[in-house]
Design a protein around this ligand. Structure first.
Ligand SMILES: C/C(=C\CNc1ncnc2c1ncn2[C@@H]1O[C@H](COP(=O)(O)O)[C@@H](O)[C@H]1O)CO
Length: 242
């Protein structure tokens, strides 16, 4: 695989400063001229799907790693991310991340340094972004929903490091899709007992207690600090499902 910034835009090219393609698609307020361009946008959206499908179809067994874009290389979670990336690569998995900084960079670094495939699915943001230096194959997406589908479609499992809103979005999207049988259930590991325990306790004590979710929803998740356990879980799932 070659490093490229293929499908989609050079992140800040050809658009008003401080906005994104998604924002212009999704914002119904303001200038109604945009509305008349929507049908044509479908072609751009289609092109992103086509390029993503083409480029990712043969990546082999892959695990997506998510986590904070905002941690530096000196943060303890960065070292865990590197270990996750290298452990997955050594186990024969391609590592997919959002291709950004922080925990994404850490996982890509671990995977690349262990000799594995290290994919970054970048997203256009209102500020200039580039894929991190450890992505061996990268795609940049304009459309958030197209990119999100690629993670789900091409992963056999998720490993989720401590993060913020973006990380929670990726986690809960996968859980919702599995709950509603939109995807076949796959292993989801929450790395970082201290970080995730509060959320899990609230889910059990409030959502489960009030019957807003089922025990089987909680059972999708494995909580651990042990990278080897996380990788072993992914390997076991690959052996079960091929
Ligand atoms: C914040 C900065 C850059 C953000 N760049 C990103 N590039 C790619 N993917 C991203 C970026 N920011 C968020 N994501 C996705 O969300 C998750 C992390 O979000 P969180 O809010 O930090 O938890 C991550 O898994 C990505 O898929 C500054 O340089």
């Amino acid at each position: 695989m070659t490093r490229r910034t293929g499908a989609g835009p050079k992140p800040s090219a050809g658009r008003p400063p401080g906005s994104t393609t998604d924002q212009r698609l999704l914002d119904s307020r303001g200038d109604s001229n945009w509305v008349h361009t929507d049908p044509w946008r479908v072609l751009k959206i289609q092109a992103e799907f086509v390029e993503g499908f083409n480029d990712l179809a043969e990546i082999g067994p892959a695990i997506s790693v998510f986590g904070s874009a905002r941690i530096s290389a000196t943060h303890p979670a960065y070292a865990i991310g590197e270990k996750v990336g290298s452990g997955l690569a050594r186990a024969g998995f391609t590592v997919i991340t959002g291709g950004g900084p922080g925990a994404m960079e850490a996982a890509n670094k671990g995977a690349t340094e262990a000799g594995g495939e290290s994919i970054g699915l970048g997203i256009e943001l209102p500020w200039e972004v580039k894929l991190n230096d450890y992505v061996t194959f990268g795609l940049n997406f304009r459309y958030f929903f197209v990119r999100k589908m690629m993670f789900v479609k091409y992963s056999q499992g998720y490993i989720v490091l401590p993060g913020g809103l973006g990380t929670l979005d990726e986690l809960f999207e996968a859980m919702t899709l599995a709950q509603t049988l939109k995807i076949t259930q796959f292993p989801i590991v929450l790395m970082g007992v201290e970080h995730w325990s509060g959320l899990l306790d609230w889910m059990r004590g409030s959502m489960l207690e009030d019957a807003r979710i089922k025990q089987s929803d909680i059972d999708m998740l494995t909580l651990t600090d042990d990278v080897d356990e996380a990788v072993a879980l992914m390997v076991a799932a690959r052996e079960r499902h091929g």
